[in-house]
Write a protein of this length. Structure first.
Length: 124
């Protein structure tokens, strides 16, 4: 172990390999401080979200594109506050879901939302 960073405090922004980077710096003697770079918050104006949720809960959508698990959790929170959660969940269970990556899939499973999956397409 080298000590070239002894006595230095290094603030490290969140990254995918945060744990590994922290370990490497600490092995060199640094005092590390993990630092979140963003805060996830609800949209400041709920009006368009509430309007969309009401339309969706009526079964007016054929496809649902989900890019993040956090997005689903936020929508469920809005639906809950509008007393639309059961209707939103029912409509979502019947809607084709198109997801990107494992996190939205995990959020759907964690929230026990029915599976109606789009076929996978290959890209050229």
């Amino acid at each position: 172990m080298t000590e070239e960073l002894t006595g230095r405090r290094i603030v490290v922004p969140e990254t995918r390999e945060l744990g590994q980077l922290l370990r490497m710096l600490e092995e060199r003697g640094a005092d590390t401080v993990p630092c979140p770079m963003i805060a996830i918050r609800d949209a400041p104006d709920p009006v368009p979200i509430n309007a969309w949720l009401r339309r969706f809960a009526k079964g007016m959508c054929h496809d649902f594109v989900l890019m993040t698990g956090e997005g689903l959790r936020r929508l469920l929170g809005f639906a809950r506050r509008l007393d639309l959660e059961p209707a939103f969940r029912a409509a979502l269970a019947e809607t084709r879901k198109i997801t990107r990556g494992p996190k939205p899939v995990r959020a759907l499973r964690e929230n026990r939302i029915g599976r109606r999956r789009a076929r996978r397409r290959t890209h050229d």
